[in-house]
Design a protein. Structure first.
Length: 100
C-alpha cells in the first residue's frame, strides 16, 4: 500500500522513504533521539506496571485509564479485551507485511 498511496505529511517528514529506509532517514533528521527519550520515559511506567502485575496488584494491561466508562459492565469489558487482543495481533501482522 505504501508504494501506491502515502499521506502528504509522511512525504514531508520522511522524504518519501520506504519502510526499510525510514530509520536511516529519521536518524539523519534527528527525530530518533527524541523518540528514544519519550519511549524510554514511557517504559519507566510500563516497568512499574509490570512489577505491580507480577505482585498480583493489578491485571495485565489494566492501567486504570477508562475515562468513558467502557469497563463498567463485565460482559462488555470481556468483549473489549478480546477485541483489543485481536486488534494487536492484526497490527503485528500488518507491520510484518509492510517490512516484507
Amino acid at each position: 500500500v505504501q508504494d501506491i498511496a502515502t499521506a502528504p505529511a509522511y512525504d514531508a517528514i520522511a522524504g518519501g522513504a520506504k519502510m526499510t529506509a525510514l530509520h536511516d532517514a529519521l536518524v539523519k533528521q534527528g527525530a530518533m533521539g527524541q523518540l528514544l527519550c519519550w519511549i524510554g520515559f514511557l517504559e519507566v511506567f510500563g516497568t512499574m506496571a509490570l512489577f505491580q502485575t507480577l505482585n498480583g496488584n493489578r491485571a495485565p494491561g489494566d492501567f486504570k485509564f477508562d475515562p468513558l466508562g467502557f469497563g463498567k459492565k463485565p460482559e462488555a469489558l470481556a468483549r473489549y479485551e478480546l477485541a483489543e487482543m485481536k486488534n494487536g495481533r492484526l497490527a503485528m501482522l500488518g507491520v510484518g507485511g509492510m517490512v516484507h
